[in-house]
Design a protein around this ligand. Structure first.
Ligand code: DOR
Ligand code: ZN
Length: 345
């Protein structure tokens, strides 16, 4: 039997929700990952260090007995975030970044930023204390085609932002396009996370024999040449690109609806999905650094000391998972994956 043992990985982009939903999904993440960057887009969002502290305690209380997990918290940036909150975030020790959502771009982004310029003082503070800015990089301009929103974000917003704040470390989250890969490669102090769905699927998956709500996330899946560009970036052994699942649980009824929510649920089997993607281009030897080294290096955190073993043993992704008052449909439900987690470290 083939086996692959890695330093225990971390998830650098994760949605855990709260309450019963949090308790339903967290064990899946803890089974594989030692730490995760926790997205703050709750309803209402996590805008203050005190809210992040309370949310962190709720997450820790939901960790299954006997297991270890460290939630790395983020603050949700708004037009009204103050520089003082940034200094408090850095001083807290547990807030590791600030997340930018353009107002109206995605799930619970209503209170996001309307105009980046409003945050200039906050960005100055973040640059001064070296707190990274995590970007949902899409324009919300209704005149821009949905499939072009990431590319246009780079031109309209990211290039000018980087010029104004050259020392601000940024993560371009869940990149989906060749243009994002090229931009990240060309820019200092700029990294990117990559999801399993954007490595494994192109936009045809949204329409395979009918409308496929469980493949719908934001930024939306793109054309095949974009998938190939990000697969190439992820498997190149370049420290600018690292693992971030963007696992985003929504109940089955909210996905299978006339106006379905955006988000793919991959926390169940994230490492198995990434292994599938890396193996497809014979790059399993690059998986460990992508999953376990480049993220902590970027965040100036130690690499993990535990390990995770994957064995080559085909298994079928369940059709459904338990979720409060409903069900959860995992990414690739019913499909066979070749790698399986053997023993958490
Ligand atoms: O597909 C997505 N789901 N994209 C996001 O940006 C947010 C996320 C969520 O929270 O559901
Ligand atoms: Zn996300």
């Amino acid at each position: 039997m083939e086996a692959l043992t890695l330093t225990q990985p971390d998830d650098w982009h994760l949605h855990l929700r709260d309450g019963a939903a949090l308790r339903a999904v967290l064990p899946h993440t803890v089974r594989q990952f030692a730490r995760a960057i926790i997205m703050p887009n709750l309803h209402p969002p996590i805008r203050q260090v005190s809210e992040a502290a309370a949310y962190r305690r709720r997450i820790l209380a939901a960790v299954p007995a006997g297991q270890l997990f460290e939630p790395l918290m983020t603050l949700y940036l708004t037009d009204h975030t103050s520089p003082a909150e940034i200094f408090a975030a850095q001083a807290s020790g547990f807030v590791k970044a600030v997340k930018y959502y353009p107002a109206g771009a995605t799930t619970h982004s209503e209170l996001g930023v309307t105009t980046l310029d409003r945050c200039n003082q906050v960005f100055e503070a973040m640059e001064a204390v070296d707190l990274p800015l995590l970007l949902h990089g899409e324009v919300t301009d209704g005149a821009v085609d949905v499939f072009d929103r990431e590319r246009v974000f780079i031109e309209r917003h990211l290039i000018p932002l980087k010029q104004r704040f050259p020392g601000l470390r940024m993560v371009f989250e869940h990149i989906t396009t060749l243009e994002a890969v090229q931009y990240v490669l060309s820019t200092d102090l700029m990294a990117a996370t990559i999801t399993p769905q954007h490595l494994l699927l192109n936009r045809n998956s949204l329409f395979q024999g009918g409308l496929r709500p469980h493949a719908y996330c934001l930024p939306v899946l793109k054309r095949e040449h974009h998938r190939q560009a990000i697969l190439q970036a992820a498997t190149a052994g370049n420290p600018k690109f690292f693992l971030g699942t963007d696992s985003a649980p929504h109940s089955r009824d909210r996905k299978e609806s006339a106006c379905g929510c955006a988000g793919c649920y991959s926390a169940l089997h994230a490492m198995e999905l990434y292994a599938e993607a890396f193996e497809s281009v014979n790059a399993l030897d690059k998986l460990e650094a992508f999953a376990s080294f480049y993220g902590p290096d970027f965040y100036h955190l130690p690499r993990n000391s535990g390990s995770l073993t994957l064995t080559k043993k085909p298994w079928q992704v369940p059709q459904t998972l338990p979720f409060p008052d409903s069900e959860l449909i995992p990414l690739g439900a019913g499909q066979t994956l070749s790698w399986q987690i053997a023993s958490p470290g």
